[in-house]
Design a protein around this ligand. Structure first.
Ligand code: HEM
Length: 411
């Protein structure tokens, strides 16, 4: 094979309308061809589509950096094109600096810490379902606001603003750049929410409470307290990580279960199947479709002549459908095991919020199945995100079900 065949120029743009219409098909064609290639979209970048390449690049921080550089524009380094944003910590740092901050985040996202959040997650989920259960119909995306409210509550941000956080963070990743929704998010809502995050950080420094921002302002790196900028970088990343991804996973799983009522019934009859089912939904739907790195030194990567400064897209979603690792990758098998999916990423930056994401997903899907076991979705009225390159999901999921009773007083 010549170099050109191994790494051809491919017709690929993960932010295009064409891609949004069939992301799975677009990645399938890449995997069936050269697996890795160069696209001229968004100023040019390499795209890696097979499990082996994605896994290898994600574990090689020396060659494939997550840090901010001025290659490929300004802004968040792990997306293509970069979006304007304050430095996100630790996702935009490479080792060794990365480790100091990741240690701080790990303490609040480890399994034991997340277990303490179970009551709060269950309560918010019950309250959201209470708010629609008597009506017998709802837009399921409203129920899926749970991850947003849990994250906001956990951090200590004003809980009544959860919807604004949720809309702004979805819009910035899912609406076309320049569209009214994107402009509203980037020019109005996000600046307002950033101010609110700054104010909360300052307020907690002056008078700590029992919340995550209070914890963060009291942490040290290199023997000195973290600055407000550093705390902001972590808080804003936790908001972006917590708000969109789990909602995307749960919404796609619920739509799929409405179509596959036999599987839904199995999960209702045997809730012990839920843990593996959620892993399989993670693999199959890959809520975070693909993230980026910057090449730090000239390398020959599986025959691709990569140059320092080149941008590279690691397609987690495509690795998750790689037939060399997964049998029948285009089918959902809720008992699939082992399931070495890449939905939470690979390597040092592997999702810090995975335990929380799993807890919220299992709780949400379980409660919906218990309380709305016969829900149906109006598939003709389903509306997907206009862009599906970074986060997959739905703007609207109209659903009907047999009405039920509220469970919480005053909700
Ligand atoms: C289904 C839910 C979720 C999915 C699919 C997901 C996906 C991912 C992926 C693919 C990465 C790797 C980033 C990279 O390699 O550049 C990541 C990192 C991260 N995620 Fe998640 N995430 C989820 C839930 C959450 C939640 C609930 C939180 C926080 C509350 C969170 C916080 C983070 C953070 C802080 C990082 C950066 C870790 C680091 O750089 O060390 N995620 N996530």
């Amino acid at each position: 094979m010549t170099e050109q065949q191994r790494c051809p120029v491919v017709h690929f743009d993960h932010n295009s309308v064409e891609h949004a219409e069939d992301p799975v098909g677009a990645y399938r064609s890449l995997r069936a061809g050269a697996k890795r290639g160069w696209t001229d979209a968004s100023g040019g970048y390499w795209v890696l589509s097979d499990y082996e390449s994605v896994f290898e690049a994600a574990r090689d921080d020396d060659a494939f950096s997550s840090a901010r550089t001025n290659h490929g524009g300004e802004g968040l380094s792990v997306v293509i094109p970069k979006t304007p944003m304050k430095l996100h910590i630790p996702i935009e740092l490479d080792p060794p600096d990365f480790r100091k901050y990741r240690k701080i985040v790990n303490r609040i996202t480890a399994p034991a810490a997340v277990e303490k959040m179970r009551g709060m997650v269950e309560r918010h989920t019950t309250a959201f379902i209470d708010s629609v259960i008597e009506a017998g119909e709802c837009d399921l995306t409203s129920v899926i606001g749970v991850p947003s409210i849990v994250t906001i509550d956990w951090l200590g941000l004003p809980i009544e603003e959860w919807q604004r956080y949720s809309h702004a963070h979805h819009a910035v990743l899912a609406e076309p750049q320049g569209s009214p929704a994107y402009e509203q998010a980037t020019k109005v809502d996000l600046p307002y929410l950033f101010d609110q995050q700054w104010e909360t950080i300052r307020a907690r420094r002056a008078a700590p409470r029992d919340d995550i921002i209070s914890y963060l302002v009291q942490q040290e790196v290199d023997g000195r307290p973290m600055t407000d900028d550093e705390v902001f970088g972590i808080v804003d990343l936790l908001v972006s990580g917590g708000v969109g991804t789990t909602a995307s996973l749960v919404s796609q799983a619920l739509v799929w279960l409405a179509e596959h009522t036999d599987v839904r019934q199995r999960l209702i009859d045997d809730p012990s199947l839920m843990d593996r089912a959620v892993e399989e939904f993670l693999r199959f739907f890959s809520p975070t479709q693909a993230l980026a790195r910057t090449v730090m030194k000239d390398v020959d990567f599986h025959g691709c002549p990569m140059k320092a400064g080149d941008r590279v897209l690691l397609a987690w979603s495509s690795a998750n459908r790689d037939e060399s690792l997964f049998d029948n990758p285009d089918e959902i098998d809720i008992e699939r095991w082992p399931n070495r999916h890449t939905a939470f990423g690979v390597g040092v930056h592997r999702c810090a919020g995975s335990h929380l994401g799993r807890l919220m997903s299992r709780t949400l899907i379980s409660q919906v199945l218990q309380r709305m076991p016969d829900y149906t979705v109006d598939f003709a009225a389903l509306k997907r995100y206009p862009r599906q390159g970074v986060n997959m999901g739905f703007v609207s999921i109209p659903a009907r079900f047999t009405p039920g009773k509220r469970l919480l007083r005053g909700s």
